[in-house]
Write a protein that binds this ligand. Sequence first.
Ligand code: KG4
Length: 330
Amino acid sequence: MKDILTLGIESSCDETSVSVVKNGREVLSNIIDSQIKIHEKYGGVVPEIASRNHIEAISRVTKKALEEANVTLKDIDAITPTYGPGLVGALLVGLSYAKALSFAINKPLVGVNHIEGHIAANYITHKDLKPPFICLLMSGGNTGLVYVQDYTKFKMIGKTRDDAVGEAFDKIARVIGLGYPGGPKVDALAKTGAPNIELPKTHIDNLDFSFSGIKTAVINLNHKMPNINKADLCASFQKTITEMLLENTKKAIEKLNVQTLAIAGGVSANSYIRQELLKLEKENIKVFMPDLKLCTDNAAMIASAGFFNFIEGKRSALNLNAVPNLKIGE
Ligand code: KG4
């Protein structure tokens, strides 16, 4: 089979990223222009500022991605931008750029669901991973359990009823004064503390999650006891949230009788969660995790998901619009 090159374009939040991927699994380039420094002083992503910075970066990042991959636009088989979920203004920059490019060079456009991209990050790291498997999705905007029946066929089998897990990390980090982005900071501080503070766990009958209870408990504790040991608080939060994630993941594995688990999304970079999930291997469950640099937003994972949609025959029209609340498998 002829090699297929997809050009992934990602601008759903605060990273402008463009990547060239070969046959869905081999990364030829993955340029990520992060706006973290710009948004840091506001304590979170400011949507309007994100959009403006995407506009400033998109052409430069695309040029760099093609150069680093040592290819030209002629070599690209499909342009595969993220079209949702995400911040509408931010999404529109990458999507509009991709549509213009597709029209100008007469190459197919294949819109990619950002969540499918996070799952596809696993295909890049693990060349042998094939569906079916269960994916524990943990990002800043989405959390849940996805049954990956095939490369482009998904079923959401459990989702959060309130906060996404990354949102809970970011909110508690802000309240205890760690700043933005909170997840990596909680992860680092937790390593110096002990998980000795009892926090509430929410159990839901089906495979859904709820993280607002634990988030509020941490915020209230910090408020009532300003001198509480912050490292212990982070370690306890991380341990309790991991237990909740594990509990439902095990239930899903049992219910579906699927012995392969993958994880995806920014929070899958968390060192404690990774360490605890790996313990499932002792129970004969194969656990796959993306490389750390592929856990958070990047265009390589989008180009990978784009490839699998492209070979399935999916094509998007030039009137494809951004869908800020795009779902997966529902
Ligand atoms: O998947 P992602 O890059 O963006 C979305 O698509 O939502 O996820 C970003 C989230 C943020 O909430 C960030 O704090 C969290 O991932 N995150 C982490 C870690 N690294 C990133 N959370 C916990 N521990 C980490 N090491």
